[in-house]
Design a protein around this ligand. Structure first.
Ligand code: 9WN
Length: 436
């Protein structure tokens, strides 16, 4: 297909999924609200053809920012009830958010500062771009402060997540062991909507959903007080992908602070986060035997041993030296048993290593290809000078959407579309990759 036609189709999807020309639903049928990291990805795509609309995407999301600085994972659409769990389940403390807004009570991988710096660079009208940066700088700083103050209570430089949904890769095999150990007497009763819209075989199963809802209940019972949750939650993980994305955003926030000519103490605060996170990440999460970083389960005080696409996210975060980058790429990305397609897989990049016992080519985050993880690697490989590999991922990504459409995820064996079609970040990130 002609590149121009593909681009036009991608723009059409973003416009169709756009609500009040202010923010974008990931897909209005399955996900009718505004999601945190989706909006960051979506704004990166919009920035390529409508930078002012990209700015609006971010400003709309920030309407839901909590008083404690957290940017929630969902800002609810008041005109839609078609999603579970709704605000009634989350019951977030009203004092945290403006009275006319409803949000969920957790966050998602913090890509926002990275997206804002990208939007600034894509905006030709620099006066307008600077005024955007000055509007978002303080909320962004507050978000990073929330992460370092509330989600890193021991001041290690690594922030924790407390729900699989905060990881963005919801039912990654990395969470199986922790979730299986949650065995309360009863789980809250509820009715799922997702399985009535897309194939249940491609979504997390009820056993997982029970635990997702159990964890929301626990957050709610503890008043979303993070120090209490740190004491009580069975799900406390220093996630490789989340911290890698945070580091990419730290590096962008550093540039924004410089551009805004912020006071030295503020700039030093950001510098300290960057070096502390770099060191802790490489000391605590690196596994020399495996030659990749692993998540850390704070409750059990041990690394989580699962080989998934998260092992490549440090390239995007620029949070590893060249030697480790080379080890991760040569030993894993290029390994035919893990991620490099030879006879088994036609397309890259499966989200769980091919030799992982939980690998499943159609099931949510257990194997299918997602455009956002391809994009993270596409950019990460470029950062470390692996241009050929990066363009290989670009070509696979283009072929997938050309043949199947802008699906939510894709079966790596044959490229068929899974989940929902007309998915916003698939459109946005293809636009960004094509612009490179
Ligand atoms: C729960 C919106 C979101 C993405 C996540 C993806 C999926 C939600 C769900 O959809 O999660 O947050 O209902 O399954 O896993 O990454 O942000 O697109």
């Amino acid at each position: 297909m002609e590149r121009e036609i593909l681009k036009r189709r991608a723009i059409e999807i973003l416009n169709q999924n756009s609500i009040n020309e202010a923010w974008t639903a990931p897909n209005p049928d399955l996900y009718p609200h505004q999601w945190n990291w989706d909006s960051a990805f979506i704004s990166i795509g919009f920035a390529r053809f409508a930078p002012v609309r990209a700015q609006k995407e971010i400003l709309s999301l920030l309407r839901g920012q909590w008083k404690d600085g957290m940017v929630p994972h969902i800002v609810f659409n008041p005109n839609s009830t078609g999603y579970f769990p709704n605000p009634e389940i989350w019951k977030v403390p009203r004092h945290q958010i403006p009275s006319n807004v409803h949000t969920s009570g957790i966050t998602q991988p913090p890509l926002l500062s990275y997206a804002c710096w990208h939007i600034y660079n894509c905006t030709n009208d620099k006066k307008n771009a600077l005024s955007f940066l000055s509007e978002v700088y303080k909320p962004l700083l507050a978000y990073h402060r929330f992460l370092y103050n509330k989600r890193d209570p021991e001041g290690e430089g690594l922030v924790f997540i407390t729900h699989p949904w905060e990881s963005g890769l919801d039912n990654s095999p990395r969470w199986i062991e922790i979730l299986e150990r949650i065995k309360p007497d009863h789980f809250p009763s509820y009715k799922r909507i997702d399985k009535t819209i897309v194939s249940a075989a491609q979504r997390p199963d009820d056993k997982e959903y029970n635990r997702y809802i159990f964890l929301i209940d626990l957050l709610r019972r503890n008043g979303y007080l993070w120090d209490k949750i740190f004491q009580k939650s069975p799900f406390l993980v220093q996630d490789v992908l989340f911290n890698s994305i945070l580091q990419a955003s730290n590096l962008s926030l550093q540039k924004i602070a410089k551009k805004m000519k912020r006071p030295n103490d503020e700039k030093e605060e950001i510098n300290r986060w960057i070096s502390k996170t770099f060191n802790a990440f490489n000391d605590k999460l690196w596994n020399e035997k495996k030659t990749y970083h692993q998540d850390y389960n704070i409750r059990d005080k041990k690394q989580i041993k699962q080989n998934t696409i998260a092992i490549f996210s440090p390239l995007f975060g620029r949070i590893l030296d060249k030697k480790r980058a080379q080890q991760i790429i040569e030993n894993h990305l290029l390994s035919p048993n893990e991620y490099w397609p030879k006879t088994h897989l036609k397309y890259m990049l499966t989200t769980t290593s091919r030799d992982n016992e939980y690998w499943n080519p159609e099931l949510y985050w257990r194997g299918p290809i997602w455009m956002n993880t391809n994009w993270l690697l596409f950019r990460g490989l470029m950062e470390y000078g692996y241009e050929d590999l990066s363009s290989k991922i670009l070509h696979h990504s283009i072929e997938l959407v050309e043949n199947a459409g802008f699906y939510e995820y894709f079966d790596p064996r044959n490229g068929s579309g899974c989940g929902i079609n007309n998915f916003s970040w698939s459109a946005a990130l293809v636009l960004d990759m094509l612009a490179n």
